[in-house]
Write a protein that binds this ligand. Structure first.
Ligand code: GLN
Length: 492
C-alpha cells in the first residue's frame, strides 16, 4: 500500500484490527517517508527507526496474541520536550544536546501502554519559548505548505511532521499557544486541554502554571484518539486533577451545534495587525457554524489589552525560576575549563542557552527581584485573575468563544520580527493559558498565498469533549481538514 499515510487514525486502527496491514508495514511506511521527505521539512531532531520497528513488531505480536488495544501499532512523534528513556530529549536547546532521560514522561509512558510506536522526537523552539520554531538549536523547521515559511511554534516540529504526513499524529505542549498556533499555521487540528487534565510529569518545564500537553493531528476525531491516551490524573504531578476522564472518541457527536451559543468577542476582531484574509476565513467558518444551527452572540472581553503584558511577565518569571536548574553542574551543557564556580555557572548558561531564552530569564529575574516584585509580578497575578473572571462572566451567556488562533498566517523563515512584534502575535492564545481554559484550533481555509488559516474555539473548564465534538461536526460538513500540502502528496 502506498497511501497508508492518507488514512485517518480510525481507519488505521480498523486496518490493523482487520489485518489489512501490520504495524511493521505502517511504521516502515512512515520511516521511509521521513527518510525521503524530512530533509526538506526538518521536523525531526531524532528519528528512532530501530526502536520503532521493535515496538511495531511487539505490537503485531500482541495483536496476534489477542491482547491489542485500539491504538496498538499506530505510530506517533513526540515533541522533544517530553522525556523519553533511552532517547535524547533536547527541548530544542544546546543545554540538553546530550541529555538522555532516565525515565519516560507520563504522556510517553501512557502512549507505550496504549501500544503507540515512537517514530522519534520532533523540533521545537528552545524550551518552548517562541512562535516560529526558529529558536531551536537544531535549526528552523519548514512549513509543509510553503517551505520558505515557518510552521509556527513552539510545537512547530509536531505540526510540520503531521502536515507533511511524516507521522499520523503528534504530542505538543501549549504554554501560550504552542499547540494552537502551529496547528493554525500548518492547517491542523490541535487541542490545548484544561490546566491539570494532562500530566506534566517528565515534560520539561517552561512556565509551570501555564504549561499543558495536548494532541495535534489532522482532525478532531484523530485528536480525540490521542486525547484518550494523554488525559488523566497522575499522582506524580501535583497539579494534575483527579477527575473522571471522558471518552473523547465516544463523545464526538455528543454536543449539538444546533442551539450552540458561540461568543464573538468584539475586542478580538478589531485587533491591530489582524490580517484581512484571516478575518474573512474565520468569519466564513462562523457563518458555516451559524448555518449548522449555532447562534452567534457578540460578547465583551474587556481585558484584551492586558493579555500580552501579563503573560510576558508571568511566563518569564516562572521560566527564570524553572531554568535555574540548568547550572552546568547537575544537567546538560558544561563550559570547558572554568576558572572557578562562578565562571562555570556564567559560561555554562551563556553558552548553553540561546538568545531568546536568555532574554526571558533576564526579564523574569528582574520582575521577581525584591525591589520590583510587587510592581510587576504581584500586579501581573492580579491582572491574571481579572482575565480569568472576564472569561467566566462570558461563559454565563455563551457555550464557547470564537477567535482567530493567530492574527496572521505563517511568517517567512528569517522574517526577524522584533521580540515585541513576535509577542503581539500571541494575543489570541495566551489568555486561555492564563485562565487555565481548554481551546482548540481547526483549519478553516487559506489566505491568498495558500497558507492555512485557523479558527480557535475556547471552552469553559473541562469542556474538551464539547470542543472536539463541535469541531468534529464542522469537519463532517466541510473538507478543510482533508486538504494536504503538495509535499504530503509525495510518495516515498
Ligand atoms: N509564543 C509563546 C511564547 O513564546 C507561547 C509559547 C508556548 O506556548 N510554549 O511564550
Amino acid at each position: 500500500m502506498t497511501d497508508l499515510h492518507r488514512l485517518s487514525i480510525r481507519e488505521m486502527t480498523e486496518g490493523l484490527a482487520n489485518a489489512q496491514f501490520s504495524s511493521r508495514e505502517l511504521t516502515e511506511h512512515y520511516l521511509n517517508r521521513i527518510a525521503k521527505i524530512d530533509a526538506q521539512v526538518k521536523s525531526f531532531v531524532t528519528v528512532t527507526p530501530e526502536l520503532a520497528l521493535a515496538e511495531a513488531d511487539a505490537a503485531d505480536a500482541l495483536r496476534q496474541a489477542g491482547g491489542a488495544n485500539v491504538l496498538t501499532g499506530v505510530p506517533i512523534a513526540h515533541k522533544d520536550i517530553f522525556c523519553t528513556q533511552g532517547i535524547k530529549t533536547t527541548a530544542g536547546s544546546k543545554m540538553l544536546d546530550n541529555f538522555v532521560s532516565p525515565y519516560d514522561a507520563t504522556v510517553v509512558a501512557k502512549g507505550k501502554t496504549a501500544g503507540l510506536v515512537t517514530l522519534g522526537k520532533v523540533n521545537m523552539d528552545e524550551f518552548a519559548m517562541g512562535s516560529t520554531s526558529e529558536n531551536s538549536y537544531y535549526g528552523a523547521t519548514a512549513n509543509p505548505w510553503n517551505l520558505s515559511h515557518v510552521p509556527g511554534g513552539s510545537s512547530g516540529g509536531s505540526a510540520a511532521a503531521v502536515a507533511a504526513d511524516l507521522a499520523p499524529f503528534a504530542t505538543g505542549t501549549d504554554t501560550g499557544g504552542s499547540i494552537r498556533q502551529p496547528a493554525s499555521f500548518c492547517g491542523l487540528t490541535g487541542l490545548k486541554p484544561t490546566y491539570g487534565r494532562v500530566s506534566r510529569f517528565g515534560m520539561i518545564a517552561y512556565a509551570s502554571s501555564l504549561d499543558q500537553g495536548g494532541p495535534m493531528a489532522r482532525s478532531a476525531e484523530d485528536c480525540a484518539y490521542l486525547m484518550n491516551v494523554m488525559a488523566g490524573h497522575d499522582a506524580k504531578d501535583s497539579t494534575s486533577v483527579n477527575k473522571e476522564v471522558d471518552d473523547y472518541v465516544a463523545n464526538l457527536n455528543g454536543t449539538s451545534v444546533k442551539g450552540l451559543r458561540i461568543g464573538i468577542p468584539k475586542q478580538y476582531f478589531n485587533v491591530e495587525g489582524l490580517s484581512a484574509d484571516v478575518k474573512a476565513r474565520v468569519e466564513e467558518s462562523l457563518k458555516k457554524l451559524e448555518d449548522m444551527g449555532a447562534t452567534l452572540v457578540e460578547i465583551d472581553l474587556n481585558m484584551t489589552e492586558s493579555y500580552v503584558p501579563t503573560y510576558y511577565l508571568i511566563a518569564p518569571a516562572e521560566a527564570s525560576s524553572n531554568l535555574s536548574r540548568f547550572d552546568g553542574v547537575r544537567y546538560g551543557y558544561r563550559a570547558e575549563n572554568p576558572v572557578d564556580l562562578m565562571d562555570l555557572y556564567k559560561r555554562s548558561r551563556s553558552e548553553g542557552f540561546g538568545k531568546e531564552v536568555q532574554r526571558r530569564i533576564l526579564i523574569g529575574t528582574y520582575a521577581l527581584s525584591a525591589g520590583y516584585y510587587d510592581a510587576y509580578y504581584v500586579k501581573a497575578q492580579k491582572v491574571r485573575r481579572l482575565i480569568q473572571q472576564d472569561f467566566l462572566k462570558a461563559f454565563e451567556s455563551v457555550d464557547v468563544i470564537a477567535a482567530p488562533a493567530a492574527p496572521t498566517t505563517a511568517y517567512k523563515i528569517g522574517a526577524n520580527l522584533s521580540p515585541v512584534e513576535m509577542y503581539l502575535g500571541d494575543i489570541y492564545t495566551i489568555a486561555v493559558n492564563l485562565a487555565g481554559l481548554p481551546a482548540i484550533n481547526a483549519p478553516v481555509g487559506f489566505d491568498q498565498d495558500n497558507l492555512p488559516v485557523g479558527l480557535q474555539l475556547i471552552g469553559n473548564y473541562w469542556s474538551e469533549s464539547q470542543l472536539l465534538s463541535v469541531v468534529h461536526q464542522y469537519q463532517q460538513a466541510t473538507d478543510w481538514h482533508t486538504k494536504r500540502a503538495a509535499i504530503a502528496e509525495e510518495n516515498a
